[in-house]
Unconditional design. Sequence first.
Length: 377
Amino acid sequence: MQLKLKLTAVAALAVLAGAASAQDVQVVKIGHVAPMSGAQAHYGKDNENGARLAVEDLNTQNIVIGGKKIKFELAAEDDAADPKQGTAAAQKLCDAKVAGVVGHLNSGTTIPAAKVYNDCGIPHITGAATNPNLTKPGYKTTYRIISNDNALGAGLAFYAADALKLKRIAVVDDRTAYGQGVADVFKKIAASKGITIVDEQFTTDKATDFMAILTSIKSKNPDGIFFGGMDPQGGPMLRQMEQLGLGSVKYFGGDGICTSELAKLAAGAKTLENVVCAEGGASLSKMPGGEAWKKRYDAKYPNQFQVYSPYTYDATFVLVDAMKRANSVDPKVYTPKLIEANYQGVTAKIAFEPNGELKNPAITLYTYKDGKKVALN
């Protein structure tokens, strides 16, 4: 009887210990925002997959911060690539008191959302938005872990002038913060390299018919076209270039068109092989952990990889690295640690300039062969 009482007491203590340890688990929410609906949903899904994979990996590490075991959860929002929805999503995450945010995808949504995060004191890291104006306000809550448009536009202009020896280029942009920004940089550097900008045309990020624009450009006899915009417009534009007999004209663009989806959207157009596009960061094969990470990603999310998921993965880890170094998940406490980041990620060694820009950003140029994206450098 006495032994039975002892065993019961031990069992009760075990239950109490289990309850105590369960109470010591703290749920920490990390926000993620990208277009999950509309023409750019393939980018958004890829970005969210990267952040989700990071959260799952972090939860296997039994991380303890401030004496509590941490369980991370992703609070995912859809901004549909729309600035108004972007600020609404940002405010929703502020109201939900998330610890930090990964996002947004588009510069046009990230720039206005950055003010919302700054005002509510929550840090955000984008691995996709590239307009240099993002970091100009000097918010201590804004970080970017990818090259900005100054690097992308300049890299493409140098390649057009120095490697391809082009002389006459037309420029088209979609009037978004991203498209206009990268086009402006390209124009400025191209002109400084002796390239004549023979025509400038504008479209929108909803358009699919570019015949009038391309007909006007064709009359100016260009040897290249630069497009500042995204692949839902880039693919149809390539098809229509072929239809109009612009099959020998080079086609340049930033990371917005530099996707595997572009090949599908071009639907067999031979002009796809004339594409030269730029991405911030190294190619997957040259990233410190790129190829091993991509195998894991593909196993979990087959046929969904686009461009930015390695960066959203790293962005999530960079936020948590700052929490660990501060021994706090409170944004007021850990945000000052972000600027001191020295984190070895999948994409690169991540450290920041005083304005939140990535130190020593790389860019990679790509083209397409047999429908597949291949690195040029």
